[in-house]
Design a protein around this ligand. Structure first.
Ligand code: SAH
Ligand code: SF4
Ligand code: F3S
Length: 476
């Protein structure tokens, strides 16, 4: 069968140049305005915060086209699944979801089903969707979000399936509409893409070149959020420490932190700091600004230098631990979390024990742990691996037990203490039960009354678990 569509290419997505990325301004074409009149949309989001923020952009665009959001898939005229490709499990979940939507499409042929996000950047996935998942109407990539109005318009007018996925390095598009899903906490992109090319990871291929937004655009966005009453921003990038390096040598992440702090926003978080380039300027900014939260996520991935080298992580075990100890020393009271991969190709027992001993050393507040998942198109996909699945699962379990032990140990210091909580939610079962996070990013469930989402309240901690704290509201 002749293909009348162009597949993306992970191979093309590998390309990088040294040029500063182009900045474009989004303009909504008059032709598309009002195409969503009377129609409803529903967005399902998988993956990381970058995807959450992208879904808010998609919602903003759909709102600008006069669509309205709805509560579930069943009421929707347009469903978007914003996908993640970081591990096999995430992909299988999405394919299951798309499979389940087939019946809805049969019952309602006017329903438009879209696949977006990182899976849309993979040629094999797109081929599979085009051939086997005929219920999907639109596939658009991470570089093609602003084409959504055009793609919807074309599907309505031609009744044909549309695919638009560019495998390019990517540019920076400003002034895109956004409908944020929360009214007290906001995701703020400070940079896009990744140039680190860790050998196991698909992200540099699905998200393109590392490129920083102009500082004025970031500061303006945060100032607007402050004016709208937002309490917290989380500055997003795959390696925030690399912020600005693609633009000039003069202004880096430490400088940006200082400037964001000056906006007066109550809480600043950032994700993710690669241990590479965590410099003194950053430490200084973090220490000097009380609205930068005492919490650092510092992925180690492995505690073994040989494995780290095969992962292309650019640091040794010793370098990581040295940085970690320095941060602990210079930033007292901070919470530290990490990411760990077990079962990287041919990870020996000794190598895994090095990861365990690094966990004993760092005593993290929490760790996100994963079994290595082979990603086609990445260098590690061709590495030999003689370690069986059962061994990997046993390692993961042993690791998780130690992670939970230290998580619990770290939480003990909060017992009977009064902490500040930014309220996120009210329990569905009991309107006097609330939840939120402390500055150290500890989840707190607490009882009280007259509390609203977005309030900053004081809570006395009564009970301590490994991954959450329980307490009572302190009336002021
Ligand atoms: N930019 C971030 C990570 C983004 S992906 C950083 O470098 O820290 C989030 C986490 O998913 C990674 O830290 C890693 O632990 C995990 N991960 C990425 N690719 C993976 C793979 N192929 N298999 C298993 N875990 C993976
Ligand atoms: Fe993936 Fe490494 Fe980039 Fe993080 S730094 S997104 S793990 S390639
Ligand atoms: Fe997943 Fe893409 Fe984020 S692969 S983790 S959604 S950058």
């Amino acid at each position: 069968m002749k293909k009348d569509y162009k597949l993306p290419s992970l191979n093309d997505a590998r390309a990088r140049n040294k040029e500063v990325s182009q900045k474009l301004t989004f303009i909504l074409d008059d032709r598309f305005k009002g195409i969503g009149e009377g129609k409803k949309y529903y967005i399902i989001t998988h993956g990381c915060q970058a995807n959450q923020r992208d879904s808010e952009t998609m919602a903003g665009i759909l709102d600008a086209l006069s669509y309205t959001p709805c509560e579930n898939e069943k009421q929707a005229d347009v469903i978007i699944i914003n996908t993640c490709a970081v591990r096999q499990g995430a992909e299988e979940k999405v394919l299951g979801e798309v499979g389940a939507l087939k019946r809805m499409k049969t019952n309602n042929p006017d329903l438009i089903i879209c696949i977006a996000g990182c899976m849309a950047q993979e040629e094999a996935t797109v081929k599979l969707i085009m051939e086997k998942y005929r219920q999907v109407d639109i596939v658009f990539g991470t570089h093609n979000i602003t084409s959504l109005p055009k793609l919807l318009y074309e599907v309505y007018t031609t009744k044909q399936r549309k695919i638009e996925v560019f495998s390019k390095m990517g540019e920076i598009i400003e002034s895109v509409p956004v409908t944020r899903f929360m009214s007290h906490k906001a995701w703020v992109n400070i940079m896009y893409g990744c140039d680190k090319f860790c050998t196991y990871c698909i992200v540099p291929y699905t998200r393109g070149k590392e490129r920083s937004r102009a500082r004025e655009d970031i500061i303006y966005e945060v100032e607007e959020l402050v004016a709208q009453g937002y309490k917290e921003v989380c500055l997003l990038g795959q390696n925030v420490n690399a912020y600005g390096k693609d633009i000039s040598d003069e202004y880096g992440f430490g400088d940006l932190l200082d400037d964001v702090a000056k906006t007066g926003i109550k809480r600043i978080r950032f994700m993710t700091s690669h241990p590479w380039d965590f410099n003194d300027r950053m430490i200084e900014a973090i220490r000097n600004n009380s609205n930068i939260m005492p919490y650092i996520h510092l992925p180690i991935q492995s505690g073994n230098t040989g494995i780290l080298k095969k992962m292309n992580r650019r640091y040794t075990r010793e370098e990581y631990l040295e940085l970690f100890d320095k941060l602990k020393r210079e930033l007292p009271g901070f919470a530290f979390t990490t990411d760990i991969i077990v079962g990287f190709p041919n990870e020996s027992d000794e190598a895994f024990e090095d990861t365990m001993s690094a966990v004993e050393h760092c005593q993290y507040d929490n760790a996100f742990t994963f079994i290595y998942s082979k990603r086609e198109g990445t260098p590690a996909a061709s590495f030999e691996d003689s370690i069986d699945r059962k061994t990997k699962e046993e390692r993961l379990q042993r690791l998780n037990e130690r992670v939970a032990y230290y998580a619990n140990l770290n939480n003990q210091k909060f017992r009977d203490k009064i902490v500040e909580v930014l309220v996120d939610g009210i329990s569905k079962r009991n309107s006097k039960v609330y939840s939120g996070y402390t500055p150290e990013n500890k989840l707190v469930n607490f009882t009280g009354s007259d509390v609203k989402v977005g309030d900053l309240v004081k809570v006395k901690i009564k009970e301590v678990m490994s991954f959450s704290l329980n307490g009572e509201l302190v009336e002021e």
